[in-house]
Design a protein around this ligand. Structure first.
Ligand code: KL2
Length: 676
């Protein structure tokens, strides 16, 4: 009894108090917390009754509990405490005697740590009481629209519907059990190993000769309902084809910060609101993989991918469902990084360029963040053998978090844009279609966001903490200001975010102006006018040049495709010419509130993006977001994001259903296919 009171009332209260002291340090956050319904706060850890749980919810929950509790399963042979769980919070939670008995080490899965003598038997288990009630509470708190989703569609949690597959030895996924279920077919070895040798590949959870397959047959379940927004009616689809959609190469792009496990360990105070079981990597991995498999992207940009998790689990598993993955770890001692995975049936890799932002000796680039830029060739079906399609440039990054150091964030972005410029520039000087995904740790309409969207930013004199717009996260904004130049010329990047070396090759030819630029003077009005005092030579100086019809009447002094355009013409200004716009609008019109992609310390914000290249529309109001219309790349749809209040009602992020502190972004694109 005392234990129960301790566990359910006192401990959560203590944790709440600590959370207030520790995490919610700014006035802004306190105001926000005060505004949120108390039920949400109560619901953080303690079981809250009194709110009716709908029949559907009850049924769902019952199913969830009966069928093995969110993908957690018992490996009887697992030894205790081998899986690191958020050290601080797990210790606190386990003080309750019931929780002690059902602690994660009992539930967990680390097959490598198992006693080899014991049979590798997988046994279904019930949720630990704490988590069970926590899930009930979370479901009870869901607002009406969240509940509507529970009816027919898939849910968002790791819900097991079949008996666990037996643990098998090193052979990858060769067990009979799986393949009968159509949902498992996508994972069957026949598909996954096509053309790929599986020898030497470390399969998921395989270690020391043992292999514990993922519970791959689990259907994906969606509890926090996210609408699919179909935008194909708005997209301007080429007219030449009667079957408009047929002239597009359609593909889906997902961007997902999956929350590195090491970062949970390093900043446990950020996850005080979470039951430790849901922070367990095995639990999260299962949920994350199911979510990815459910939405089935063709290009997957992941951030915060821990290196060992990538090589041992994510990469082998994603390979099994047809992805090829490229990974770039952060520099220094950071253990996570960015990955771009693409379906090898849809794309072929042309080039891959990792970008390290750390530059020794440069204060403005003394952080360990990275980016990755790929050039992919879309693979058209054989029936379209006579058609052509341009390559696609895909970039992924996780920019510095520190809200006070917007100056560093901007320079990191400039480095990535320079690499994109180099990768995406075609032989004719134009760019191929570009997709830029990432966690930019900057909010919409912040100076950094406007720089990407508007193609230019006047930064001189701007306080560094303003750049990312995360003002509420700035405890003591220093008065560090951005000064011209933002980065030294030795970095080799121009103010136009291009590699100076690429521009200099022109200079070394001693050509100050490009040929196209000079050609414009050929038939300009001044050149066509015969000077009055010119000596008349018949057939020579009396000839009036014919201006070709297509020749411009007026000189265009700026040649848009000319890289020289971006040489430091405007001090205190940076530019880029990639014409990028966001796939998301950052606003939920139906709810009348902002979309959010993450909830650092309980405050909702958008910091994750999918940008894509489009055609700018002339807009006189320079201070506004630049407007675009679709070019060769068309935005066909996107998975709607959620509002802060909905996520509050699900206990913030991560929660039992969303296993990262970020939501995934998903957008569908169509790339124009042309005739040869
Ligand atoms: O916002 V993030 O969270 O994209 O999900 O990126 C960083 C932060 C990530 C990698 O550095 O770790 C998180 N307070 C809050 N969050 C932090 C802090 C901090 N002091 N430091 C790192 N992160």
């Amino acid at each position: 009894m005392i234990g129960t009171v301790l566990c359910y009332v006192l401990l959560p209260l203590v944790r709440l108090l600590r959370a207030f002291q520790d995490a919610f340090f700014t006035c802004r956050k306190n105001v926000l917390l005060a505004k949120s319904p108390t039920a949400h706060l109560d619901g953080l850890c303690a079981p809250v009754s009194g709110k009716p749980v709908s029949e559907e919810q009850q049924a769902l929950l019952q199913q969830w509990l009966e069928e093995g509790a969110g993908g957690l399963h018992t490996n009887e042979s697992a030894s205790k405490g081998t899986e690191k769980v958020s050290a601080v919070s797990a210790a606190e939670w386990r003080e309750g005697p019931e929780l002690l008995m059902t602690s994660l080490s009992d539930l967990n899965i680390s097959p490598q740590s198992g006693d080899q003598e014991q049979p590798q038997q997988m046994v279904q288990t019930e949720l630990p009481p704490g988590l069970q009630e926590f899930v009930e509470t979370t479901l009870a708190n869901l607002p009406a629209e969240g509940r509507e989703a529970l009816g027919d569609n898939a849910l968002w949690a790791a819900v097991r519907t079949q008996a666990d597959p037996p643990v098998v030895d090193a052979a990858p996924l060769s067990t009979e059990v799986w393949i009968e279920d159509p949902a498992v077919l996508a994972w069957s070895p026949a598909q996954e190993t096509e053309g790929i040798s599986t020898e030497g590949v470390l399969w998921p959870f395989q270690n020391a000769g043992q292999f514990q397959p993922l519970p791959l047959e689990i259907p994906y379940h969606e509890i926090l309902w996210r609408d699919w927004e179909d935008l194909s009616a708005q997209a301007c689809i080429p007219e030449q084809s009667s079957e408009a959609q047929g002239s597009l190469f359609e593909f889906r792009v997902m961007s997902y910060n999956i929350l590195a496990q090491d970062l949970i360990e390093q900043t446990p105070h950020l996850y005080m609101h979470c039951h430790p079981d849901i922070l367990n990597w095995s639990y999260r991995l299962t949920n994350l993989l199911q979510e990815i498999q459910h939405w089935d992207p063709d290009v997957l940009c992941l951030q915060e991918v821990q290196e060992n998790h990538f090589w041992e689990q994510l990469e082998p598993t994603l390979m099994m469902i047809g992805f090829t993955c490229i990974y770039k770890r952060r520099t220094g001692r950071k253990t996570d990084g960015c990955a771009i995975c693409y379906k090898q049936s849809r794309f072929q890799l042309i080039s891959a360029s990792p970008v390290e932002y750390f530059r020794p000796g440069l204060d403005i680039l003394n952080r360990d963040n990275v980016g990755l830029v790929l050039l992919l060739q879309p693979l058209l079906p054989e029936t379209l053998g006579d058609k052509a399609i341009s390559p696609l440039c895909v970039a992924n990054t996780h920019v510095l978090y520190n809200p006070r150091r917007g100056d560093i964030k901007l320079v990191q972005m400039a480095l990535l844009l320079a690499e994109i410029d180099k990768t995406a520039k075609m032989a004719d000087g134009n760019y191929c279609p570009i997709i830029l995904c990432g966690d930019l740790n900057s909010v919409p309409d912040s100076p950094l966001y406007r720089f990407i969207q508007n193609g230019q930013l006047y930064y001189h004199g701007m306080p560094a903490w303003k750049v990312s717009g995360q003002e509420e996260l700035c405890q003591n904004p220093h008065q560090r200001k951005l000064l011209t130049p933002l980065w030294p010329s030795c970095l080799g990047i121009t103010d136009g975010c291009q590699y100076a070396a690429l521009c200099q090759s022109k200079k070394s030819d001693r050509r100050k102006y490009s040929r196209d630029f000079l050609l414009q003077f050929h038939y300009c009005d001044a050149a066509c006018e015969r000077p009055a005092d010119l000596t008349l030579l018949e057939g020579v100086t009396d000839a009036i040049p014919d201006r070709p019809a297509y020749w411009p009447k007026e000189l265009t002094v700026m040649n848009n495709t000319d890289p020289e355009r971006f040489h430091s013409r405007y001090p205190g200004n940076i530019q880029h010419g990639l014409n990028l716009t966001s796939a998301y609008s950052h606003f939920l019109p139906e709810r009348g509130c902002p979309e959010i992609t993450t909830m650092p310390m309980g405050v909702g914000a958008t910091v994750d993006y999918i940008f894509y290249s489009a055609k700018p529309i002339k807009n006189d109001r320079e201070e506004c977001r630049r407007m675009f219309r679709d070019g060769a790349l068309k935005l066909l749809g996107r998975l709607s994001l959620l509002s802060e209040d909905i996520l509050w009602s699900a206990n913030g992020l991560p929660n039992p259903f969303c296993s990262s502190d970020h939501l995934c972004l998903l957008a569908s694109f169509g790339l124009e296919i042309s005739d040869f």
